[in-house]
Design a protein around this ligand. Structure first.
Ligand SMILES: Cc1ncc(C[n+]2csc(CCOP(=O)(O)OP(=O)(O)O)c2C)c(N)n1
Ligand SMILES: [Mg+2]
Length: 576
């Protein structure tokens, strides 16, 4: 059979030429042209010139995998989904990618617009009427930076490159294209467009006067502080931040952080905060605060800076127009790439000899004392209790398990985010990632994407039991086996949702729910979470409840993963 060159062929070529290695796909009646185009290039032995299609039985898994892949590599991948219901099924993963500022290209089909065989691709299945929704592009519009429709194959490459240019330009994000069946079937003459003509915008720096103002304020401060959440999305920004922090002995506080912004074992690390219930004393004591790349530097209801603290904000997304309520009382809010900005500030301090060596020495010693004290307190908290596995002990066991291994950790531990950060103390830039968003279930597909992005690394997910189930483990574990991406999942299994229980107690500490001790959040009778992974993905799945045996159980599971098979360890914590 003669091969044809269609819009779909050009679309796939464009993705490949733009550096897309994988298409995470959940297909439907809208995709025959793409399936045929892929089959034709495979028949020609040219499969390797095109992105590899990863079949994902659930869309959450597909987008979460693309999300994690792009988080690790900063290279956007593609997600192909069905029109209407398939696009809806991306669900909260869309919100995660937006909040995580992660570049991904989503393609959905669209219902055929001819109904009686007028064009190739015209309606010929009952579902083509049912799937014809009024606003296909509108499904994602609140979450994407750009959406458009492929209207012809003659410029689909330009459209793809423009979409990816927007996706990659910081703040990075989702872009979406839709293509009706007739357009995707359209025969076109092969053509070439150079993707190098569509670079993302280069990272911007601070204006000279703003650099001078921030650098001078930090250098003159008695108690300067840096608060950051996502500077470490770009791991090469971390050494730059370390250099500035050391130059002036500025402690660094990580707030709601889903990446390594500053080495956890550094004496200037001022701790981690997620949802605070008490005033952070480091924050309260600061007279000059530089907030670098943060959506939530503190929670004013429980913890805030001193009223007279001088606050400066430098952020890739400084006014956060897509957060309807947001305010930091800053003297200056500047849009800049954090690495560029930090290097500028460091350069200004050095060039103008602003370092007060005596003060820096004193502050450095104070920070080292504080860090030692915090570490000792945490060490005490992670000791096992008789017969009980606490989240802190579990995290300490994971830390010991991974000591010396070049592991990549995915965190979706929810009420244990803080525990995971404090006891893992990740220090290597890029060694820990989270979704950056609020839709749970990311790590299931995320682990697949992370392993594809960095196959040599051990990938370990630390997830709540609720999050494990949100991640459609049947789908995620199947994909992992099918495509050879073995990872270790450690479930912080408290048989329920601790989060809504916590939230209710914060607002209604003496209410009826508190008195009854029932928050509609228990998963009893317990599901066999490890069993799901065994059944769906042939994984090694075990449940652990003995604190003494836990280190060996984790070690065995990691060995299985290193042997090429996924493992899930459901660790029994005190129930919610
Ligand atoms: C997709 C999605 N649905 C609902 C929620 C609301 N929610 C926030 S935390 C939470 C419970 C998470 O349970 P688990 O992963 O077991 O963590 P735990 O609270 O027990 O620490 C829920 C349901 C959410 N964040 N995302
Ligand atoms: Mg739970």
């Amino acid at each position: 059979m003669a091969s044809t060159y269609t819009t779909s062929t050009a679309f796939l070529e464009a993705l490949a030429e733009a550096g897309v290695s994988y298409i995470f796909a959940n297909l439907g009646s809208d995709h025959p042209a793409l399936i045929e185009a892929l089959a034709q290039v495979k028949a020609q032995g040219r499969e390797d010139e095109f992105p590899r299609l990863i079949v994902c039985p659930h869309e959450t898994v597909a987008l979460s995998a693309a999300h994690a892949y792009a988080t690790v590599t900063r290279r956007p991948q593609a997600v192909f989904v069905h029109v209407d219901a398939g696009t809806q099924n991306l669900g909260g993963a869309v919100s995660n990618a937006m909040r995580g500022r992660v570049p991904v290209l989503i393609f959905a089909g669209a219902a055929p617009y001819t109904t009686a065989g007028e064009l190739p691709g015209s309606r010929n299945e009952f579902i083509h009427w049912i799937q014809d929704v009024p606003d296909q592009r509108g499904i994602l519009r609140g979450y994407v930076k750009y959406d458009n429709e492929i209207r012809t194959g003659r410029n689909v490459k330009q459209l793809v490159y423009r979409a990816l240019q927007i996706a990659r330009t910081e703040p990075a994000g989702l872009v979406s294209l839709v293509g009706p069946r007739e357009v995707m079937e359209e025969p076109v003459e092969p053509y070439a467009v150079d993707p190098a003509d569509y670079p993302p915008a280069t990272p911007a720096g601070l204006a000279a006067d703003v650099t001078a103002e921030i650098a001078s304020a930090l250098a003159a401060a008695r108690n300067p502080l840096i608060v950051t959440s996502y500077l470490g999305r770009h791991p090469d920004a971390v050494p730059a931040l370390v250099e500035l922090a050391e130059l002036l002995a500025i402690p660094v506080l990580e707030s709601a952080a889903f990446c390594v912004n500053f080495p956890g074992d550094h004496h200037l690390h001022a701790g981690y905060q997620f949802t605070t219930t008490a005033q952070n004393q480091v924050l309260a004591a600061a007279d000059v605060i530089l907030v670098l790349d943060s959506d939530v530097p503190w929670i004013p209801a429980t913890s805030r800076p001193a009223p007279d603290a001088a606050i400066y904000v430098v952020d890739i997304d400084p006014v956060k127009a897509n957060l309807p309520m947001w305010h930091v009382p800053a003297r200056r809010i500047a849009a800049a790439d954090s690495k560029v900005a930090v290097e500028q500030i460091t350069g200004f301090v050095r060039d103008n000899v602003l370092v007060d060596a005596g003060l820096v020495e004193v502050r450095s010693a104070e920070a080292a004392d504080a860090s030692r004290a915090r570490r000792a307190a945490l060490d005490a908290l992670e000791q096992p209790e008789p017969g009980v596995i606490t989240p802190r002990y579990l995290t300490a066991c994971v830390r010991d398990l991974l000591a010396g291994a070049d592991a990549l950790v995915l965190t979706e531990a929810v009420t244990n985010y803080q525990v995971v950060a404090e006891h893992l103390r990740p220090s290597r830039p890029g060694s820990l990632i989270g979704s950056g968003g609020g839709s749970l279930g990311w790590a299931g597909g995320g682990a697949v994407g992370a392993k594809l992005a960095d196959p040599e690394r051990a990938v370990v997910s630390l997830v709540g039991d609720g999050s494990f189930l949100f991640g459609v483990p049947s789908s995620a574990q199947w994909v992992a086996r099918r495509y050879g991406t073995p990872t270790l999942t450690v479930v912080y299994d408290n048989r329920g949702w601790a989060a809504p229980r916590f939230s209710t107690l914060q607002v209604h500490p003496d209410g009826a729910a508190a008195r009854a001790g029932d928050f509609y959040a228990s998963f009893e009778p317990a599901a066999d979470l490890a069993g799901i992974a065994r059944a769906a993905g042939g994984a090694y799945g075990v449940t652990a409840s003995d604190p003494g045996e836990l280190p060996q159980v984790l070690k065995d599971a990691l060995a299985v993963v290193q042997g090429g098979r996924s493992a899930v360890v459901s660790v029994q914590l005190p129930p919610v």
